[in-house]
Write a protein that binds this ligand. Structure first.
Ligand SMILES: Nc1nc2c(ncn2[C@@H]2O[C@H](COP(=O)(O)OP(=O)(O)O)[C@@H](O)[C@H]2O)c(=O)[nH]1
Ligand SMILES: [Mg+2]
Length: 300
């Protein structure tokens, strides 16, 4: 029997080969059908445009975070070059707003809870009304640390957006919300985004390991290029549905479509103070989010 016959008459091997061929064909067709792929590859090589006189605006979306908001606002206020701290509150029923105001943050209130993405978009729009040239998006739950701005923002000398990754074990506080399922799911989805923007030499115009991290820095000019993608041009409504945790990935994908130069930077990730508002710590919710993310990456 020659090799081909051995494979053909094998009990399992032919199915393994078939499965492998199928997924490779799927991956290649998926990669070749990508949109906006490397519209101008030269844009994704090294440049050096240092941010002169950095002025940082930090955006903190909040919803019932009274247990931690004081610590969080003070943390960001005390970081170098941070001039503006914007708290976008989603109609909290606790003391979040009062505490944030007392700590000196500029607080934006809403008449009702319009969802997480709405707060992010509102914060990003408000940040463009300030004189900031670096905009930072973070969370109010105490999982992220202000000092990581000093690790991410220097990359804006070479890139348009620096996104945090929470996948590094030595930077993870033991017992944080990144369960194994979450870590693997985020990694898998990140690689799917990378395949979408694949390049042979660098394995992609962007190298990603974490699709769900909202902590990030973006240059003002870069934000101005993508901000209109977040709202419907006719209605002005935020495109992402209120119940969705998609905003971080949505912003990353919008950046890639506009050829923004993106770099991912390891950041620290601590335990959450208070309960998760997205309930992403619950397995079924996490699976729902994962599938939603997968569908979003495949169709965009
Ligand atoms: N889930 C949710 N979070 C909101 C909302 N508005 C603001 N947030 C804030 O968005 C951040 C992300 O929510 P979080 O509960 O930490 O989600 P997780 O990181 O997936 O556990 C937190 O700082 C919330 O306070 C909202 O309407 N829903
Ligand atoms: Mg969180």
């Amino acid at each position: 029997m020659n090799f081909a016959e051995r494979v053909y008459y094998s009990t399992y091997l032919k199915w393994i080969v078939l499965a492998d061929v199928s997924w490779i064909v799927f991956a290649l067709s998926y990669a070749s059908s990508r949109k906006h792929y490397k519209t101008n590859p030269d844009l994704h090589y090294l440049t050096y445009k240092p941010v002169e006189n950095p002025i940082i605006c930090v955006i903190i979306p909040t919803y019932n975070e009274e247990a931690v908001i004081e610590k969080v606002v003070n943390d960001y206020k005390n970081q170098r070059n941070v001039k503006h701290v914007l708290v976008i509150d989603n109609h909290s029923s606790d003391k979040t707003v009062d505490i944030a105001e007392r700590c000196g943050a500029k607080v934006f209130r809403k008449e009702s809870n319009k969802g997480y993405a709405h707060s992010c978009v509102m914060g990003l729009k408000e940040s463009l009304k300030t004189d900031a040239n670096i905009i930072v998006l973070t969370e109010a739950d105490g999982t992220f640390s202000g000092y990581d701005i000093a690790k991410m923002s220097p990359y804006l000398d070479n890139a348009d957006m620096a996104i945090g990754t929470r996948q590094i074990q030595v930077l993870s506080e033991k017992g944080n919300q990144n369960k194994m399922f979450y870590v693997w799911g985020n990694f898998f989805l990140a690689k799917l985004v990378q395949i979408k923007y694949f390049s042979l030499l660098h394995m992609g115009v962007v190298n990603l390991t974490d699709v769900g991290c909202s902590y990030r820095c973006i240059g003002r000019n870069a934000l101005e290029k993508i901000i209109q993608d977040f709202t419907d041009s006719n209605t002005g409504e935020v495109i992402i549905s209120p119940g969705s945790g998609l905003f971080a990935l949505f912003m990353t994908m919008a950046g890639l479509k506009h050829d923004l130069r993106i770099v991912e930077v390891p950041i620290t990730f601590k335990k959450r103070v208070g309960i998760s508002k997205t309930q992403s710590d619950k397995k079924l919710k996490a699976i729902k989010y994962g599938l939603e993310f997968l569908w979003f990456i495949l169709r965009s």
